[in-house]
Ligand binder design. Structure first.
Ligand SMILES: Nc1ncnc2c1ncn2[C@@H]1O[C@H](COP(=O)(O)OP(=O)(O)O)[C@@H](O)[C@H]1O
Ligand SMILES: O=C(CO)[C@@H](O)[C@H](O)COP(=O)(O)O
Length: 481
């Protein structure tokens, strides 16, 4: 037996690049064991992963946790949002999952917005104006390009639903992840029959939406996971909603997450409905809302620029007048699905380190532009911005966010906030507590606060100017690939 004070719970983050599992003491929040295993994502036109890889990675991550995972009384899965998982009658993937950062469905997104009343109507109905990330647009793409795959599909799931169902044998999801599909009406908190009819998706193929605090099921027999039969399974949720739980987030505190995606969000009591589409009006996993803006190009894009320059990711140099828009995967915020990366302002004396700094600046500019939009109008602007995700470990990221936000920045020491949020949800099932209160009890936000510095408006204005001047280049497809 472990020396833990309370029962043990497992929290999982199945994100774009890897699956991470934490075994956590439900009393204290202490992480007693952890594991991680990578996935692959396709390159080229689309971004796809075989869902069976996520399961294998989950098994590997849990085995790395050793005996501690066997003692867990409850488990919960947080995962990358939006991905379209199509399963046949045996529960096997019909094809690889189309991921959140696959922009092939941009034309379908535009068409769906036009066909069902325009951006304002979509925002009021579902909370969001769907772009290419949203699951509904991927289903529409599949219907157009691979009708045989659509015909073979007997169940449609999101990434976290897929893993939860393999644990319990029951098709379930939660309001947080359902709100990123584009077929869940945020006003009525139910699947939207008209949207589903419009895209030819039978609601019977969708998972049941489990309420916050409800048990999704129990771990079934017949797999080699280190769980006992009957271990409780919580609803799980999308990764951003899970991190919000993991931070015990309250309205008024903004979060900036630096991972494969960059996201900026806050919890609010008001249901979001941004007709410009910049802010997605997600539900949180608790019963409130999670207005959020997301970029497709964050840590991977900046690391790619560093690799191209032959530099370590921390080898930035100040004093740049160079602008780099790091839209290597197209972009979602701003909505430029066909854009590619753009470099402007090179001179003879520009250094490689300055170009790298410009990549950080470009990535952070897009996120900070949405910061005020996700916060309520009366939010206190001096509240520290919580910086999380793999990039939050990097000094160059920390200093760039600090300089371009002009706000104090707090970097929680807890590393895996999505998995911790899932663990808090699992702990809530055992204790009856609200998962965000569990996380506050665990003191998950503890970490250094970097004081505010004057905001670098000159850089922000320069980037905004290049974005605006380069609009025709960024809106079109690259001339050659
Ligand atoms: N010490 C570090 N400094 C800067 N960036 C880091 C560091 N460690 C990891 N990263 C970045 O974190 C990213 C992974 O972050 P993570 O939040 O786990 O991503 P995701 O959830 O999208 O899979 C990697 O792409 C890497 O660039
Ligand atoms: O699409 C979104 C949010 O709308 C992304 O935040 C995904 O949920 C993927 O997250 P990471 O794997 O980068 O953490």
């Amino acid at each position: 037996m472990s020396a833990a004070e309370g029962p043990l719970v497992v929290g999982v983050d199945t994100s774009t690049q890897s699956t991470k599992a934490l075994v956590v003491d439900a009393s204290t929040g202490q992480v007693v064991a952890s594991g991680q295993a990578a996935h692959t994502v396709s390159s080229g036109e689309g971004r796809e992963s075989d869902p069976r890889q996520w399961w294998d990675a989950l098994c590997e991550a849990l085995h790395q946790c050793g005996d501690a995972a066997r003692e867990a009384a409850a488990v919960s899965i947080g995962g990358q949002q939006h991905g379209l998982v199509t399963l046949d009658a045996q529960g096997e993937p019909v094809r690889p999952a189309m991921l959140w950062n696959d922009v092939r469905s941009a034309p379908q997104a535009r068409r769906l917005v036009d066909e069902l009343g325009g951006p304002k109507a979509w925002a009021e109905r579902t909370g969001s104006v769907p772009g290419a990330s949203f699951t509904v647009t991927k289903w529409a793409w599949l219907a157009e390009h691979e009708p045989e795959a659509v015909r073979a599909t007997k169940a449609v799931r999101l990434p976290h639903d897929y893993l939860t169902e393999r644990l319990t044998g029951e098709g379930t999801t939660d309001r947080g992840d359902a709100s990123g599909t584009g077929w869940w009406a945020s006003g009525t908190e139910s699947y939207d029959d008209e949207i589903l009819r419009h895209v030819g998706l039978d609601p019977a193929l969708l998972p049941r939406v489990v309420r916050p605090g409800e048990v999704a099921g129990t771990v079934r027999d017949g797999h080699d996971l280190p769980f006992s039969k009957g271990t409780l399974v919580a609803p799980g949720t999308g990764d951003n909603a899970a991190a919000a739980l993991g931070l015990g987030l309250r309205p008024g505190t903004p979060v900036l997450s630096l991972g494969t995606s960059g996201t900026v969000y806050a919890v609010t009591k008001r249901r979001p409905a941004d007709p410009t589409g910049t802010v997605a009006g997600f539900a949180d996993a608790h019963g409130d809302w999670l207005p959020l803006a997301c970029t497709l190009n964050c840590t991977l894009a900046v690391d790619r620029v560093a690799a191209l320059l032959g530099l370590d990711r921390e080898a930035v140099e100040p004093g740049t007048a160079v602008t780099l828009l790091p839209f290597l995967d197209g972009e979602r915020t701003p909505n430029l699905p066909h854009a590619s990366g753009l470099l402007h302002g090179l001179r003879h004396d520009t250094t490689a380190g300055q170009i790298l700094q410009a990549a950080y600046d470009g990535a952070v500019h897009s996120l900070l532009g949405a910061l005020d939009l996700v916060l309520d109008e009366d939010a206190d602007r001096s509240t520290p911005l919580l910086l999380i995700g793999g990039g939050a470990r990097g000094t160059a990221w920390q200093q760039t966010v600090r300089r371009l936000s002009g706000r104090p920045v707090q970097v929680p020491q807890a590393k895996e906030l999505v998995a911790l949020g899932a663990a808090a949800q699992a702990a809530g099932l055992l204790t009856g507590e609200d998962p965000a209160s569990v996380a506050r009890r665990w003191n998950t936000t503890a970490g250094p606060v970097l004081d505010a510095v004057p905001r670098d408006d000159e850089t922000l204005d320069r980037i905004a100017g290049v974005l605006s001047d380069a609009a025709p280049l960024l809106e079109g497809a690259p001339r050659t690939r």
